[in-house]
Design a protein around this ligand. Structure first.
Ligand code: NAD
Length: 489
């Protein structure tokens, strides 16, 4: 059931905004407004932070044994799994992601909670001993964590922050993306049913520049975990500086997919297509610049073009759909403006570039492939975040690396070759926080996730997430006689 009203969740209760204000939420297939969501601002954020701070100070959540918290996280995972169909269909309705892929994201959200339940139970700390001194680390949850998330895979990314923050013992205020607030409206019931204490989990909906900015500026929130655009990240860093907040920044990308002539081309083409066209191309780690060695370049271009032309674009709720509707009319127009820029700058359009036949309304774009893209073109340099891929030839390994690194971003990279030595050399030379060799983006949740350069700051994933959401403090204990210089004696 699609609700007509979406409310905040503060201190265990669903509430409207203090101001009574709401904002419109539309679906990407009709672009019609389907709900009014509470539009939070400073007053609502103040209330949510107060509830979270109270839950942090009075407990029980931060002081619970790891096993007890882990049990609650396990129940959250169970509750997500029991609602997986509903969750996937709400997500598909609100984001335009194909239903099969939304189901995958729902399963991954549950897995995030299970995984961090395991991490926290296995958590151990360092101790340092010498004859004179014993040092041991005490790890404390950092306090109220502010979590700000984007619209591309909303529920999954919310879970990616909520699971480690709650596992670490923080209490949280979540600010979901305003274009896609729907799936987060399932969280209050899920959290309450699982036994998360009132006030430990809070949601404030609203526009980024209002609700998000108020959360970042709040002195009672020592940590902000943000996923979104690089320019928003820069604004957040500037505002957070006033309170020296801990920041985790997962930002934009323009990741290269480098295909050498000796690669398994069948697999490389499958992976390149999946990497950029899955999740409607609205994927931070999309391999949106395909670099192909000149001897296979023509064949790579024609294979990408003919496969892209057959990609099924259509209703997000149809299980046969491979690319659905882009999230919002404004984003659709932005992506279309990049298609126009590619054509205007002289790139060769070999597939897509417009609406697929039979889809006269809705935010639909056929899978689009541009060949002969040069590094000076905007479509090579800027993140498009839609079903659009650039293909560029290279002549040597050095040129491949230099093209791969010719971007302000450094999130992911994909390398396809059967030469093991070259694979390692290129993986080391490519400026990316995460590189995959002969694979698309397959995550091991223990590994560090994050980008370098303009793609982010800090890493989450496994222990890295726990490090972010906790403070580690060292205690030094003298074991013998302490030699003290006697000033003024
Ligand atoms: P966005 O930056 O516009 O918004 C992200 C969130 O920030 C939203 O909740 C928004 O309301 C909030 N926000 C906006 N302005 C704010 C402000 N001044 N203060 C505080 N909060 C504010 O990003 P988007 O358009 O929702 O998402 C797409 C972007 O996210 C792309 O650039 C994509 O690459 C990136 N992304 C990165 C990762 C990653 O892990 N690196 C993952 C997914 C998406």
């Amino acid at each position: 059931m699609i609700p007509e009203k979406i409310l905040h969740f503060i201190g265990g209760r669903q509430v409207p905004s203090v101001s009574g204000r709401t904002f419109d939420v539309a679906d990407p297939v009709t672009n019609a407004v389907y709900a009014q969501a509470a539009a939070g601002d400073t007053d609502d954020v103040d209330r949510a932070v107060e509830a979270a701070a109270q839950a942090f100070a009075a407990g029980p959540w931060p002081g619970m044994a790891a096993r007890a918290r882990a049990k609650v996280l396990g129940r959250i995972a169970d509750a997500i799994e029991s609602r997986a169909d509903e969750l996937a269909s709400l997500e598909t309705f609100d984001t335009g992601l194909p239903i099969t892929q939304a189901r995958g994201q729902a399963a991954r959200a549950a897995e995030n909670f299970r995984f961090f339940a395991d991490v926290i139970v296995a958590q151990h700390e360092d101790a340092f001993s010498s004859p004179a001194q014993l040092g041991y680390v005490l790890r404390k949850p950092a306090g109220v964590a502010g979590l700000i998330t984007p619209w591309n895979t909303p529920f999954m990314l919310e879970s990616w922050k909520l699971a480690p923050a709650l596992a670490a013992g923080c209490t949280v205020v979540l600010k979901p993306a305003e274009w896609t607030p729907l799936s987060a409206s399932l969280l209050p019931d899920i959290m309450t049913e699982a036994g998360v204490p009132d006030g430990a989990f809070n949601v404030v909906h609203g526009i980024g520049e209002q609700a998000g900015a108020a959360l970042v500026a709040h002195p009672g929130v020592p940590l902000i975990s943000f996923t979104g655009e690089t320019t928003t990240g820069q604004i957040i860093m500037a505002s957070a500086a006033a309170h020296l907040k801990g920041l985790s920044m997962e930002l934009g990308g323009k990741s290269p997919c480098v295909i050498f002539a000796d690669a398994d081309l069948d697999l490389a083409i499958d992976s390149a297509l999946f990497g950029v066209f899955s999740l409607n191309g609205e994927r931070c780690t999309a391999g949106s610049r395909i670099l192909a060695e000149r001897s296979v370049y023509d064949s790579v271009v024609s294979r990408l073009a003919s496969r892209a032309a057959r990609i099924r674009v259509g209703s997000p709720s149809d299980p046969a759909t491979e690319v659905g509707a882009l999230v919002h009319q404004e984003h659709y127009e932005r992506v279309m403006s990049y298609v126009a820029a590619g054509v205007a700058e002289g790139a060769r359009l070999v597939a897509g570039g417009g609406r697929p036949a039979g889809l006269a309304t809705g935010n639909y774009l056929a899978a689009t492939v541009f060949a002969d893209v040069t590094p000076s073109m905007r479509i090579f340099r800027e993140e498009i975040f839609g079903p659009v891929v650039c293909v560029t030839p290279f002549g040597s390994q050095e040129e491949a690396v230099s093209l791969a690194n010719d971007t302000r971003y450094g999130l992911a990279a994909y390398i396809w070759t059967s030469d093991l030595r070259r694979a390692h050399r290129v993986a080391s030379a490519v400026e990316a926080g995460m590189t995959w060799v002969n694979s698309h983006n397959v995550r091991d949740l223990r590994t560090p996730f994050g980008g370098i350069k303009a793609s982010g700051l800090g890493h989450e994933g496994g222990q890295h997430s726990i490090d972010f959401y906790t403070q580690s403090r060292i205690v030094h204990v003298a074991l013998g006689d302490t030699h003290v210089p006697r000033f003024g004696a």
